[in-house]
Design a binder for this molecule. Structure first.
Ligand code: NAP
Length: 315
């Protein structure tokens, strides 16, 4: 076990380095709190996989996702935050001094901010991995504008799929919504929106078997059920948007912090979790908005909550 001898002791440890974690770091370090960010094995979160971000305020021409994240990291470092490109393997959040482990290395802090985010659920079919970022995306808001005048498919039947299908018709000439059942999970209001949209065609009872294409997506291989019959057919599309839910990265905190039935961290109020001194920010809690700007906003809130909580402990 590595000795801590004061070196590994912090006021605030932030786990995660997407917009939530890095904004929390900027605020925490700027408040003169000794702050450490565990970035994970890859830093920057989901935006590192995005190209042009056109909806983060302050960038009239848009900004590349990786550039935005590198600048946020630089800003956090300039404020005095330390960064470790390591993946946290275990936590013990119940004691007054919370413990965070990377293998045998132990780090302690009075406050922990959880900002590990979530990852889009994948279909796990051939072509998905190979064509990711080359026609396969999990974010219509990020990538929809690249499909002006094209044909795209949205996979899923929930609110996200319905919202993305409707949104994509601003750009695409035709949007297929591919759903594995014969009724949508989406709310009535969202269903009405897609049913009323002439550019959206729903393909019912259809499972994606393969995403086709070499350099970029050219189509989908679908297996479509009709009663007892099942047929496999190819559907030509230029882009595929996955909207089959997100999986929160809450594995290492399961059992320490209260989670909802899907594994997202519950808040008591604002960014306070069920454990005193442990706060949450971004997609690890919020599966509704899932935007860089909302994650950054919650990161700011979590650091301000942490600062206030620490001041209360001192008094
Ligand atoms: P969701 O409600 O969990 O829906 C996921 C959809 O993907 C379901 O239709 C599911 O099919 C399908 N699916 C899951 N795994 C699949 C697989 N392996 N292959 C094919 N299809 C698969 O997720 P969401 O739509 O992202 O919504 C998450 C939460 O955010 C919900 O509470 C939602 O109401 C909320 N939200 C709200 C709004 C809004 O109100 N404007 C917008 C977005 C999200 P089945 O239906 O067959 O299970």
């Amino acid at each position: 076990m590595e000795q801590t001898n004061g070196q590994n002791q912090y006021d605030v440890i932030i786990i995660g380095s997407g917009p939530a974690g890095l904004t929390a770091a900027i605020y925490s370090a700027r408040a003169q709190l000794k702050t450490l960010v565990f970035t994970g094995r890859e830093h920057g979160g989901q935006l590192m996989e995005t190209t042009l971000v056109e909806n983060f305020p302050g960038f009239p021409e848009g900004v590349m996702g990786p550039k935005l994240m590198m600048d946020m990291a630089e800003q956090a470092k300039n404020q005095g935050a330390e960064m470790l490109m390591k993946e946290v393997t275990k936590v013990d959040l119940t004691a007054e001094h919370k413990k965070v482990y990377v293998g045998d290395e132990e780090y302690t802090a009075r406050v922990v901010i959880l900002a590990m985010g979530s990852k889009p659920r994948r279909l796990e079919v051939p072509g998905e991995e190979e064509l990711w970022g080359r026609g396969v995306s999990a974010c219509a808001t990020c990538d929809g504008a690249f499909y002006k005048g094209k044909v795209v498919a949205v996979i899923g039947g929930g609110d996200s799929a319905a919202e993305e299908a409707d949104f994509l018709t601003k750009f695409a000439d035709k949007v297929y919504m591919i759903h594995r059942r014969d009724e949508l999970r989406a709310s009535k209001a969202m269903q009405t929106r897609v049913f009323d949209n002439d550019k959206v065609e729903i393909v019912w009872n259809a499972q994606v078997r393969e995403i086709e294409g070499d350099e970029k997506v050219t189509g989908l291989k679908l297996s479509i059920k009709n009663g007892d019959d099942e047929r496999v057919e190819s559907l030509p599309v230029d882009g595929v948007f996955l909207a089959i839910g997100h999986i929160p990265n809450s594995m290492i905190i399961d059992g320490d912090v209260e989670l909802d039935e899907k594994g997202f961290v519950k808040v008591q109020h604002h960014t306070y979790t069920s454990v005193p001194g442990v706060f949450v920010a971004g997609d690890l809690h919020d599966h509704e908005y899932q935007q860089a700007i909302t994650a950054a906003g919650m990161g700011c809130m979590s650091a301000l909550d942490a600062e206030k909580w620490l001041a209360g402990q001192a008094g």
